[in-house]
Design a protein around this ligand. Structure first.
Ligand SMILES: [Zn+2]
Length: 523
């Protein structure tokens, strides 16, 4: 990546620069194909493709683009579609391998003619119309299917990897231009009445896979009452988003490596717009990756955690046995679909089953902790710390972070992280511990979903103790609220109030473990 940036900066010819970028994209395919494969063959991805396939193309009504698309055009899409059509690759790379025999002879005549006549005009918003909408829809679905199939072939290929890489590269290149185009935004708006969020149940998984023809259908969600929305962290949707935006986000996610390369290249290359100044010197970039933590690890039994916590703060109206018995009572009735999913997981734990800890490290806190502590770490200490020795220089494909002036480990002097998405509550807390409530390394926000995360292995004991203290405080508060609720409930039922309080009470307990009231514990 460093080499790429340095060289890209030196190329002044705009076409050579494009070629240089496109060739680097082939390297990305070779390096990141596993992640790309996982993303496109995930059950939810197959669901998104299936749902796009449900669109009744003859009923499509093209609409005018919204004002948020003002800066978008179809120029790059037109260029690649014309090139692939002229070279016969539209048929051999997209339409034939996509697995829809009815499109085998599809030549996208209207689309090609429109691109040819209007790509240099200013009226790109008119390109998506009643003549082109059906062909565009077929192009989109066929590209997604061919891309997924090419990645599946590459995943299992022992021979012919070179050819398979090339196919992924071509299909991915086309998909990237579709994802960046004005047409896709107009099209998804026109499709909205047929779109929905994929739902994880056995019947759906089979229909999804039947449609895509990918080698497997992804996992059946063991939590069968969850509509399947929560278990895809990359596509977390709560139902409030516009469906065309959800689909756009999902399509962009499939080609995020390519889109990021585009952004980096545009930022550091001499821009085509002469009024925008690229930095004089390419920024120095180092890419770090930390090996996956060794998981799963057995967790401390929850009764022990509870006992230790409550013994630390004596003098309460309830003992740890009271709390334990109450929790067991709450989780023992059969799981109801209106309860939070954690109740389902908790039942096993309440019956003495061991719970394992499975987590990954999160980039923002790994980098932040390096920025914070690397100044004080001597060479001898680095050598003695297997966690630090294992910091490898490879492509990071989970999130794109750039540290200003991160030239080497000992020379981090600007503590700003640019994170492409909001961080999780655990990282948010750790960032505050590392840098202070108001700074947090410039990370702009967090989402409310708590997920298992492995803290940086080199975190000093002091920071670790602060983290534990902070989360103990939250747990203590939650237990207190729960026990107060129980007491109120007890008083109400014993004074002869109606039974409806029972169900409301238990439902509320369920709500509280949701991330929704996390705001109370900010910092
Ligand atoms: Zn995190």
């Amino acid at each position: 990546m460093e080499d790429y940036i340095a060289r890209h900066k030196q190329i002044t010819d705009i076409y050579q620069r494009k070629t240089h970028e496109v060739h680097f994209a082939l390297y990305l395919v070779v390096q990141c194909r596993r992640k790309m494969y996982q993303r496109i063959t995930k059950w939810s991805s197959q669901g998104y493709i299936f749902l796009l396939g449900k669109v009744q193309e003859e009923k499509l009504k093209p609409t005018a683009p919204s004002s948020s698309c003002d800066s978008r055009d179809n120029y790059d899409l037109a260029r690649i579609v014309l090139m692939m059509s002229d070279q016969g690759r539209m048929a051999s790379f997209i339409m034939e391998p996509c697995g829809r025999p009815q499109w085998r002879s599809e030549r996208l005549d209207n689309l090609v003619a429109t691109f040819r006549s209007a790509m240099h005009s200013a009226r790109h918003q008119d390109m998506y119309n009643s003549n082109t909408c059906i062909e565009f829809h077929r192009l989109l679905v066929a590209t997604l299917l061919s891309y997924g199939k090419a990645l599946s072939t590459l995943h299992t290929a022992l021979d012919g990897r070179r050819e398979a890489c090339k196919r992924v590269w071509f299909c991915g290149g086309l998909l990237k231009e579709i994802a960046s185009s004005l047409m896709l935004r107009q099209h998804l708006k026109a499709c909205v009445e047929w779109l929905d969020i994929p739902v994880n149940n056995m019947r759906n998984l089979e229909s999804y896979q039947n449609y895509t023809g990918f080698p497997h259908h992804g996992c059946r969600d063991p939590n069968d009452d969850d509509p399947g929305r929560a278990n895809d962290p990359e596509m977390s949707v709560d139902g409030s988003e516009d469906l065309d935006m959800v689909f756009l986000k999902w399509i962009r996610l499939q080609v995020i490596h390519r889109l990021s390369l585009d952004t980096i290249s545009r930022t550091i290359g001499s821009p085509s717009n002469p009024t925008v100044h690229a930095p004089a010197e390419p920024p120095s970039i180092t890419l770090l990756a930390v090996p996956y933590p060794i998981v799963p690890l057995p967790m401390e039994p929850w009764e022990t955690t509870l006992q230790n916590l409550l013994n630390k703060y004596p003098g309460r109206a309830y003992s740890h046995e009271d709390v334990r018995d109450h929790i067991k009572k709450c989780v023992s009735p059969p799981y109801k679909s209106n309860q939070h999913a954690v109740f389902k997981k908790w039942r096993g734990a309440a019956h003495g089953h061991a719970i394992n800890f499975t987590a990954t490290g999160h980039c923002e806190v790994l980098l932040a902790s390096l920025a914070k502590y690397s100044h004080d770490v001597s060479f001898e200490q680095i050598q003695g710390n297997p966690g630090l020795i294992n910091v490898l220089q490879v492509m990071s494909d989970c999130c794109h972070l750039m540290l200003n002036n991160l030239t080497e480990m000992q020379n981090i002097n600007q503590n700003v992280l640019a994170v492409s998405k909001r961080c999780c509550p655990v990282c948010w807390t750790l960032l505050a511990i590392l840098e202070g409530l108001n700074d947090r390394f410039g990370v702009r926000g967090r989402h409310p979903t708590v997920c298992a995360v492995d803290l940086p292995p080199w975190l000093p004991l002091e920071a670790l103790s602060q983290m534990v203290a902070c989360f103990e405080e939250i747990l203590k508060h939650q237990i207190f609220t729960m026990m107060m609720q129980k007491k109120k409930h007890h008083r109400r039922t014993s004074s002869g109030q109606s039974d409806s309080a029972t169900s409301t009470g238990s439902h509320k307990d369920g709500d509280r473990v949701d991330g929704a009231d996390w705001n109370e514990y900010d910092g």
